[in-house]
Design a protein around this ligand. Structure first.
Ligand SMILES: Cc1cc2nc3c(=O)[nH]c(=O)nc-3n(C[C@H](O)[C@H](O)[C@H](O)COP(=O)(O)O)c2cc1C
Length: 231
């Protein structure tokens, strides 16, 4: 895992070495894109799609993976990576099993933050807002558009519960797979498509000289207000 001059130092296992090792790692390396905030569109979803396409063109893997942060039922923050399903003027969409911890958290506290990080471009997008569940029909359509294996996994419905051993997972996966094969139209009723209606969206472009460019959109009664932020 570690190589070069850091290897021997790290093998000593000292926390000081790890601190120095971390300090030696580079950030914002390579050929970074520029961001002309003055030329940005007036809607954050439009700028987001521009950046997403630029991330794809730059060869960034899984640019549609994002961190969804919620408020845990115990009042503490909780975060995990999810896949973005859609984005337009109505908001950012993702789909989860309503019985999972994140689903239960959103039921109690329907607000969230999404964070995208496109490392090779030193770009970050931060979205915050209220979350609402789509009508059952839309959630069902999303469910049926998923690959067979993903549908079978969701139908088990035990995400994040303690697992006694891999054999229990194998058995449940096989049974669920057989159900899906026999009933390809089967829909998990707890599968829920959510829309995060953004209140604020920040676009962050890293700069090697640390003059990062930050453009923040804030929702107003009449649309969006754009403003720069200090790095
Ligand atoms: C790249 C990536 C994509 C993921 N996509 C999803 C997803 O679309 N839906 C999902 O439920 N979990 C997804 N996960 C797993 C979640 O991060 C998480 O472990 C799981 O949803 C359980 O979260 P919870 O216990 O907070 O409910 C993904 C993980 C990674 C690393």
């Amino acid at each position: 895992m570690f190589s070069g001059p850091h290897r021997n130092r790290l093998q000593s296992g000292s926390m000081t070495d790890i601190k120095q090792y971390l300090r030696s790692l580079k950030v914002f390396e390579g050929d970074l894109p520029t961001f002309d905030a003055g030329a940005a569109p007036d809607r954050p979803d439009q700028l987001f799609v521009q950046w997403l396409k630029q991330a794809v063109a730059a060869g960034i893997r899984e640019p549609h993976a994002m961190t969804l942060s919620t408020l845990g039922v115990d009042g503490n923050p909780a975060a995990r990576v999810l896949i973005l399903k859609n984005v337009d003027g109505n908001g950012w969409q993702f789909a989860v099993h309503a019985g999972s911890p994140k689903g239960r958290e959103l039921l109690v506290h329907p607000a969230a933050a999404l964070t995208f990080h496109w490392r090779e471009q030193a770009r970050q997008v931060r979205v915050r807002g209220r979350v609402s569940a789509a009508p059952a029909q839309q959630s069902a359509a999303d469910f049926l558009a998923r690959p067979t294996g993903s549908r079978a996994e969701s139908l088990i419905g035990r995400q994040s519960q303690p697992l006694t051993g891999p054999e229990d997972l194998d058995r449940a996966s096989q049974e669920s797979r057989e159900r899906v094969d026999q009933q390809p139209d089967l829909v998990e009723p707890a599968w829920t498509l959510y829309t995060l209606k953004a209140e604020s969206v920040e676009f962050w472009q890293g700069d090697q000289e640390r003059k990062h460019v930050r453009l923040n959109f804030v929702r107003t009664e009449n649309g969006w207000e754009k403003g720069l932020l200090w790095p």
